[in-house]
Design a binder for this molecule. Structure first.
Ligand code: ZN
Length: 472
């Protein structure tokens, strides 16, 4: 049974850091930019954005997805409900299957292969694959100026006619994998920052090139049009490309735009190539494992053409701002903790309505009350029967304020907006940015972000983002 790619999506975080600024802090040079998460972004919010775009491109409803396969070396909980949080924020079914792969930069391709096998075996009709990463590099390491962040998502399905329209043009083909026990970039137990390569020449000549070349050569036996190749230092990718006779390497464009996006990098380079017919080879390496696989593109895959646009842009951050956003530069002094612990009843009971962005619709008069846990009765008629309903993700600013001073860990200026949503509901949410791009009447869309990170627990919710003029 063939496994088809119905649609793809990509995402990158808000901030861009000049490698030269990192180099300057350590008496070195540097070139290019890398993408860095803002304080309210992480691998889960990036995954949400890429997956939302992939589902939209594929024309697949979240409720129709059977399995979610997520690969990231940095799940938001080292141990905890990372998978369930992502599934809930995407409004996937409560009976969703699948798995979370972690532990290395190889985890993204593991998710892809796992999802393809589940579809091929017939245990899932529609699979959602997400690969995301936002590695925290050790300050002063050579990797720091190269370490980026991003996410890629793919919607896979069987070729059964009832599963999806028969016109979609990419199928997953052969694969090859090699496993060898060596240390490259790693993070020890209990460590937060990744260690750099100990011996770059040893890595290049005895680890990376022999294994990656072997896998690439196996794929080069086919008539490959475009390649996604790993490039740990900005030079090795080109060496492998030359050896494999690769003419087109969209992965190089992805690395240039956002740096090394870890577990997401191989799939980002892969989906960027799916806008043109021909064989696409994707090679991923990390954690002692290297896997290559082929995707046969017969016609452009929906969403592929906007991959590079989805990861471009971003606001320039200084090195100090990037360190602060990554939690490597911390203020001394009092912070304002949340009044209630994140494990408490309020969060347990409110998780579904926060992650799924639910309101309560009155069965008597149809008015939507938000948030439902605070309004057990209809705000219009006082009726006691409210049914949970997914709120609109688009609306307009009714009014707003911009807080100019905020206690740590919050960062000022912090806009808070009252929104009139397209379904008639009214919400009060934080807005992304410094408030200069919103005014009364501004069109907004809601995106998942992190509201707080406390006692090791990320707290997610939706925030309003002003729509630009060219966005529908
Ligand atoms: Zn009512």
């Amino acid at each position: 049974m063939a496994v088809r790619v119905l649609g793809v999506g990509a995402a990158a975080p808000e901030l861009r850091l000049h490698a030269a600024d990192v180099g300057a802090a350590w008496g070195r040079g540097g070139r290019g930019d890398v993408a860095v998460c803002a304080p309210d972004e992480d691998t889960l919010t990036l995954s949400w954005l890429a997956a939302t775009r992939a589902l939209r491109a594929a024309g697949v409803e979240a409720s129709d997805v059977d399995v979610l396969f997520w690969g990231t070396s940095r799940p938001p909980f080292a141990e905890g409900p990372s998978f369930a949080f992502l599934a809930a924020s995407l409004s996937l079914s409560a009976s969703i299957g699948g798995s979370l792969s972690a532990g290395s930069a190889h985890s993204g391709i593991e998710a892809f292969v796992g999802a393809a096998d589940a579809v091929r075996a017939g245990s899932a009709r529609i699979a959602l694959v997400v690969a995301s990463d936002a590695v925290r590099p050790g300050p002063g390491t050579g990797f720091e100026a190269r370490c980026g962040a991003g996410a890629a998502a793919l919607v896979l399905a069987t070729d059964e006619p009832e599963a999806a329209p028969a016109t979609i043009g990419a199928t997953i083909g052969a694969r090859v994998t090699r496993t060898r026990p060596f240390l490259d970039r790693y993070r020890g137990d209990g460590e937060v920052d990744n260690r750099d390569l100990y011996d770059a020449r040893l890595f290049r000549e005895e680890i990376f090139l022999p294994v990656v070349n072997e896998v690439a050569e196996a794929l080069a036996a086919f008539d490959v049009r475009a390649w996604s190749l790993p490039d740990p230092d900005g030079r090795l990718g080109a060496v492998v490309a030359r050896k494999a006779g690769a003419a087109e390497t969209p992965s190089a464009t992805v690395y240039a735009a956002i740096g090394d996006a870890g577990a997401a990098a191989p799939l980002l380079g892969g989906i960027a190539a799916m806008d043109t017919a021909g064989l696409v080879a994707i090679v991923a390496t990390g954690g002692g494992r290297t896997t290559g696989l082929l995707v046969d593109v017969a016609a452009p895959v929906p969403g592929a053409a906007t991959t590079l646009q989805s990861i471009s842009g971003g606001a320039t951050a200084s090195y100090a701002e990037a360190l602060r956003a990554r939690g490597q530069l911390l203020p001394v002094g009092e912070t304002i903790p949340m009044g209630v612990p994140p494990e408490s009843a309020m969060f347990v009971r409110g998780a579904d309505e926060m992650l799924g962005l639910l309101g309560g619709r009155c069965v008597d008069c149809g008015t939507i009350s938000t948030p439902p846990s605070i309004h057990p009765h209809c705000i219009n008629c006082g009726g006691p029967k409210l049914e949970p309903v997914a709120l609109s993700r688009g609306g307009r600013v009714h009014t707003f304020v911009v807080n100019q001073t905020m206690p740590a860990p919050f960062v000022a200026p912090l806009p808070i907006a009252v929104l009139d949503m397209d379904d008639g509901s009214r919400l009060m949410l934080q807005a992304i940015g410094d408030g200069t791009d919103i005014e009364i009447g501004t069109r907004v869309e809601l995106v998942l972000r992190k509201y707080a990170h406390e006692r090791g627990v990320p707290v997610y919710g939706f925030k309003a983002r002003a729509k630009k003029d060219d966005e529908s």
